[in-house]
Design a protein around this ligand. Structure first.
Ligand SMILES: *[C@@H]1O[C@H](CO)[C@@H](O)[C@H](O)[C@H]1NC(C)=O
Length: 272
């Protein structure tokens, strides 16, 4: 007798196992290779952990459903149940920490500007202290400001002001608008005469701006805020993904319960 629920659980877990295996493979590759960038080294440990968890859990699921091994199936269902709850909790948490932090519209500009105070305290901790040093060099490696340094946008103030910059570019590649800097080109700005500078505006970002092409506003608070806006946007998308994943896991869980019953009553087929 062919059992659909065993098949569904087996198939879903085989796919997850493959995903887990590739994550493990890729992170080992990154650990083994010299000269990985700061950006890559930041993700390899979490990637390895995620890969291992996915691999082990889905392996238990496969053993439970394909080999009709009831102990494995029960363990799998318990892990899955806990996983669904953890994911729901995590999503609620994500929802609240990403609630605050909309960008500010600047009049006459195609981009928004961001301030760290507009984000939740928890999210701010994410770019605080030593961690910022790593993120900053990762941003420099990723050459986030590069597409502002050629073409019309790089030379013509009006074209620059109307460009829709990404949050990171808005924060890290130009001085904040309140500083009233004069545009020379996209990566070179001239400070206004002393009495026009709003002292203390933007947490001192006006003084932090540097025309040294490798520094720009990478040390500005606005740059941290831009990174936070970017994280917030990604996590908001992750919320949608999580909602779908939760539905999928509940489906797999229901099938898993059926498969478990099938395992027990190997002759009867009371559920598909
Ligand atoms: C911007 O202006 C500065 C100073 O005039 C110059 O050194 C730099 O090469 C210019 N950069 C671009 C991309 O035009």
């Amino acid at each position: 007798m062919f059992r659909v629920s065993n098949f569904v659980v087996g198939l879903a877990n085989t796919l997850v196992m493959l995903v887990g295996a590739s994550a493990i493979g890729y992170s080992i590759y990154m650990f083994a290779h010299q000269g990985v960038t700061d950006c890559e080294s930041a993700i390899r440990a979490p990637l390895l952990t995620t890969g291992l968890i996915l691999f082990v859990v889905s392996l238990v699921g496969v053993i439970g459903s394909c080999f009709k091994e009831n102990f494995a199936m029960v363990s799998y269902l318990i892990i899955l149940f806990a996983g669904i709850f953890a994911l729901i909790g995590f999503s609620i948490f994500l929802f609240f920490v990403t609630n605050k932090g909309a960008g500010r519209v600047v009049s006459g500009r195609g981009y928004k500007e961001y301030r760290t105070v507009d984000f939740s305290t928890w999210l701010n901790g994410f770019v605080g202290g030593k961690r910022w040093v790593g993120i900053r060099s990762c941003l420099a490696e990723a050459k986030v400001c590069d597409d502002l340094s050629d073409g019309r946008v790089s030379q013509i103030a009006d074209a620059f002001y109307h460009k829709n910059l990404s949050p990171i570019q808005s924060g890290c590649c130009k001085p904040p608008s309140d500083c009233n800097f004069v545009f020379r080109n996209a990566t070179f700005w001239i400070p206004p005469a002393k009495n026009e500078t709003a002292v203390g505006a933007n947490n001192g970002d006006c003084g932090t701006w540097s025309n040294v092409q490798t520094e720009l506003c990478f040390n500005c608070n606005a740059c941290k805020a831009g990174v936070l806006a970017n994280i917030r946007e990604k996590w908001r998308n992750l919320l949608v993904f999580n909602a779908c994943l939760i539905l999928l896991l509940i489906t797999v869980y229901s099938c898993g319960c059926c498969a478990r019953r099938n395992n027990r009553t190997a002759m009867k087929s009371d559920c598909a």
